[in-house]
Design a protein around this ligand. Structure first.
Ligand code: ATP
Length: 202
C-alpha cells in the first residue's frame, strides 16, 4: 500500500483545488516560510481521522477551513482526499474489493465533518481503523513531526511497545477487542434481562 495522491480544496491556506501526486520513493516538499508545507502534512493527518483541532494547530475543527485573506473571502467548506494504492489488498476486508481507495474527509462550517471511502459514506472510526490496519494513521509514528524524534527516543518502555505493535500491524486489533468487549457486555446484560422476564412469566 502506498499513498498516490493528495487533493485539497478550501483546507487551511489551500483555498483553490490543489492536487499533489505522490510518486514511489522519497518525496520532498520545499518552499518559503509560511507557504503551507506543514498544512500539507496536517491535511494528511486530518484525512486519516485526526480528532484534535489543537494537534492541528487550531482552536476548533472549523479552523481547518480557509479563513479568508484581505483579497479573498473565507470558505464554508474544506475537503481533503487521499488516494491509496491497494493493489496488494492490505486494506481491511470491507474496503478490499478495489485496487485503489479514495478516502475523503469534508468539513462544513458549524456542521462538523464526514468521511467517504470510494464514494460510500463511512464512520470516522472506519477510517481510523483502516489506517491503523495499514500501520499508519493520524497518531502513528509513521508521521514524525518536529521534536517527536527525541520524544520517541526518551519514551517509556510501555510507550515504545506501541511502536512495535504498530510496526506489527496490530494496533487496530486493540480497538476491535475493546468494541467486541463492549458488545459482549451489552449481550450479557440483555441475557440477564431475558432471564428476569422468563422468571416473571414462569
Ligand atoms: P514554515 O516553513 O515557517 O514552517 P510552512 O511552509 O510549514 O512554514 P504552514 O505553517 O503550513 O507553512 O502555513 C502557515 C500559513 O497557513 C500561514 O500563512 C497561515 O496564515 C495559513 N493558514 C493556516 N490556517 C489557515 C486558514 N484556516 N485559513 C487561511 N490560511 C491559513
Amino acid at each position: 500500500m502506498h499513498f498516490t495522491k493528495l487533493r485539497l480544496s478550501g483546507f487551511k491556506s489551500f483555498v483553490d483545488p490543489t492536487e499533489v501526486v505522490i510518486e514511489p520513493g522519497m518525496t520532498g516538499v520545499v518552499g518559503p516560510n509560511g507557504c503551507g508545507k506543514s498544512n500539507l502534512v496536517e491535511a494528511l493527518r486530518w484525512v486519516m481521522g485526526e480528532t484534535s483541532a489543537k494537534r492541528m494547530r487550531g482552536g476548533e475543527m472549523d479552523d481547518m477551513i480557509f479563513a479568508g485573506t484581505s483579497s479573498r473571502p473565507a470558505r464554508n467548506l474544506a475537503e481533503v482526499a487521499l488516494t491509496i494504492d491497494n493493489s496488494d489488498r492490505s486494506a481491511p476486508p470491507q474496503f478490499n474489493d478495489s485496487t485503489e481507495l479514495e478516502i475523503v474527509r469534508r468539513i462544513q462550517r458549524n456542521s462538523g465533518s464526514n468521511y467517504r471511502v470510494n464514494g460510500k459514506e463511512v464512520r470516522a472510526r472506519d477510517v481510523q481503523l483502516l489506517f491503523a490496519d495499514l500501520a499508519t494513521g493520524a497518531h502513528s509514528t509513521a508521521m514524525v513531526s518536529q521534536g517527536r524524534v527525541s520524544a520517541i527516543i526518551s519514551s517509556k518502555a510501555t510507550d515504545r511497545r506501541i511502536l512495535l505493535e504498530e510496526a506489527a500491524g496490530i494496533t487496530g486489533l486493540h480497538s476491535r477487542r475493546h468494541e467486541a468487549e463492549l458488545r459482549l457486555r451489552a449481550a450479557e446484560t440483555n441475557l440477564e434481562r431475558l432471564d428476569d422476564v422468563i422468571g416473571a412469566l414462569e
